[in-house]
Design a protein around this ligand. Structure first.
Ligand code: G3P
Length: 219
């Protein structure tokens, strides 16, 4: 399973990249607004360019227009920033049309704000390279987000779609474990959760004991 980081914060991306496990990045307008505020200003184009240089894998950059023409225009603009940009389009009627147009031009599209399996099927049929079911937001409304992922994985494998499933809106390590057990292609994970994946108290306790014992025979 590929691991993406879900952030536009370039310090976090740089830190996660040092682990050598980062396969890509996903951003959205909320994450971008946070990063621009953190920097005290800045242009989205420059930030996307910087992220694309930090990570060679796919970097999702979302359109902010909600109409077909606007999404296609913005999609072409962001795709021109770097060869690893993937255009994120919302799963709406106009978003599906834009997905078809952009993917027909060879531009990778990540269909975002996916909350049910049938939306994922439509995105795959429209030519999306990726679909992003938002599991945490489904959990938030007392619906099991990972059940949606399981159904999407099953549907895609029934028809051998090449569209990859990105488990998004990840809130905890259990989401990541479940994604891997279900055979999802990718989990896109906030920085804090990536760090949680590494940690186990018994690892820390065990290491402290080994270090103490090693001190008995090393100078
Ligand atoms: O990038 C989209 C998605 O991962 C957002 O997550 O935590 O805002 O629901 P969240």
């Amino acid at each position: 399973m590929k691991l993406f980081i879900d952030t536009a914060n370039t310090d976090e991306i740089r830190a996660a990249a040092t682990l050598g496990l980062l396969d890509g990045v996903t951003t959205n307008p909320s994450l971008l607004a946070k990063e621009i505020a953190r920097r005290g200003g800045g242009e989205q184009e420059a930030i996307f360019k910087e992220i694309c240089e930090l990570v060679p894998g796919p970097v999702s950059a979302e359109v902010t227009a909600t109409d077909y023409e606007g999404m296609v225009r913005q999609g072409r603009e962001v795709a021109a920033i770097a060869s690893n940009v993937v255009v994120k389009c919302p799963l709406t009627e106009d978003g599906l049309r834009a997905t078809r147009t952009l993917s027909g031009e060879g531009i990778g599209v990540n269909a975002t704000l996916v909350f049910q399996p049938i939306q994922a099927l439509l995105a795959a049929k429209a030519g999306a390279a990726y679909v992003s079911p938002f599991v945490g937001r489904l959990d938030d409304i007392s619906t099991t987000g990972m059940a949606t992922v399981q159904e999407i994985v099953e549907i895609f494998s029934n028809y051998a779609f090449s569209t990859e499933v990105i488990v998004a809106s990840v809130r905890n390590p259990i989401h990541v474990v479940d994604a891997a057990r279900m055979g999802a292609d990718i989990a896109t994970i906030p920085y804090g959760v990536i760090m949680q994946l590494v940690k186990h108290p018994l690892t820390d306790i065990g290491l402290a004991r080994f270090v103490a014992d090693a001190a008995k025979y090393t100078s």
